[in-house]
Design a protein around this ligand. Structure first.
Ligand code: TXA
Ligand code: MG
Length: 352
């Protein structure tokens, strides 16, 4: 692992200084690694057309080269620089959801480094909405490959501090523009199969996509035994804190009773618990000792999404034995929240 000096620069998220963006763009053009904010999570960027630079991303993250990257574009007109054989649906969806948290998997254009796509003949692309991300993409005039800027399988970073915690000494620049607005990654939609399919739920809901693709389904790759290990990004354990996390599912009252029993038994064993729950759920445990991280009001899915990864990281730092959390409704953004919790739990699911 080659050591890099990691520089940090603060940029105004609303009115990014063009001078600073130009400097960051110069680094990308020189094949360097630049972590930058997007509206979903922070990305770890490199020139997608430079195989060496892309290899640096995999090395910095400790990511297996079997897991393909998302390429970020500034404008729709750049799509044909990296993709080909684009279906009409790609343009319909682009018009509706870009810039924004939707990633489309389409055919990779010959000549675009295969490493970006982990050797597949497809490529994942999106146009991010964050002003700093778009400003950087415009200034560099490059397609920028960028996975989430975390060490492999760790919770995605929603602040520059999270990026620094994982990647200090491994990237050349971190652009700090405050916290990510959405806090969960983009929805990954594969348009290269017979039927479009959601590979990862995210910032654009399945319901919103069904306006355009009525039969659209999310097929979790980690639950499909035929593809679980072979499919890119298909491993169940992901987004995971080091501290084991247990996910409780079922009716709310049953879950709260189950969790209480679990908390009491942990207390008897002298173990320390962390609770990652909505404000409403946390009030049920005011009499028990636990480290808590509130996900905000359960009625506000977007606040739960924004706080999720920060909560996983914070509780992971708290020196506790186990994190307990509850499954959310699988509608709207809830499907993406549920997916991340399930994967953070790595199969430790208790049906109450
Ligand atoms: O919101 C986001 O998508 C963030 C920001 C930085 O844009 N990026 C992100 O990238 O989450 P990453 O690498 O952490 O997740 C990319 C996902 C993985 O699940 C990967 O397997 C999938 O997209 N993916 C990428 N290219 C693919 C392809 N050609 N075919 C199928 N899946 C692909
Ligand atoms: Mg990731």
């Amino acid at each position: 692992m080659s050591h890099r000096y990691t520089q940090i620069v603060h940029i105004d998220p609303q009115q990014p200084d063009p001078e600073l963006l130009a400097q960051a763009a110069t680094l990308l053009q020189a094949g360097k690694l630049v972590a930058f904010p997007t509206e979903t999570v922070y990305g770890l960027g490199a020139n997608a057309l430079d195989t060496q630079a892309v290899a640096g991303i995999f090395e910095a993250k400790g990511r297996p080269t079997t897991d393909p990257l998302i390429v970020h574009l500034a404008e729709l007109t750049q799509l044909e620089r990296v993709a080909c054989e684009l279906p009409a649906l790609a343009f319909t969806l682009a018009e509706q959801f870009w810039p924004g948290p939707l990633t489309l998997v389409v055919r990779r254009k010959p000549g675009v480094p295969a490493l970006v796509s982990a050797g597949l003949d497809t490529i994942a692309v999106r146009i991010p909405a964050h002003r700093v991300a778009r400003g950087l993409l415009i200034a560099s005039d490059l397609p920028v490959a960028a996975p989430s800027a975390n060490r492999f399988a760790r919770p995605s970073p929603t602040s520059a501090a999270h990026v620094l915690a994982d990647l200090d000494g491994r990237v050349d620049l971190i652009i700090d523009a405050g916290s990510s607005r959405i806090g969960l990654e983009s929805t990954v939609l594969d348009l290269t199969r017979d039927e479009p399919v959601v590979l990862r739920p995210g910032g654009v809901s399945l319901e919103d996509l069904r306006t355009f693709i009525p039969e659209l389904r999310f097929i979790p790759r980690y639950l499909d035994p035929s593809t679980a290990s072979a499919a890119p990004g298909g491993m169940l354990r992901h987004y995971a804190p080091d501290t084991p996390l247990t996910l409780f599912t079922g009716e709310r009252d049953a879950v709260l009773a189950c969790m209480r029993a679990e908390l009491e038994s942990m207390q008897r064993l002298g173990q320390r618990a962390g609770l990652l729950l909505s404000e409403e759920d946390l009030t049920a445990f005011y009499d028990l000792s636990a480290i808590t991280h509130s996900l905000g009001s359960e009625a506000d899915q977007s606040s739960m999404a924004t706080r999720l990864f920060a909560g996983l990281r914070e509780l992971d730092q708290a020196g506790i034995d186990r994190i307990l959390t509850r499954a959310v409704q699988q509608s709207g953004l809830g499907l993406a929240i549920w997916d991340r919790l399930l994967r953070a739990a790595d199969g430790r699911v208790i049906q109450c």
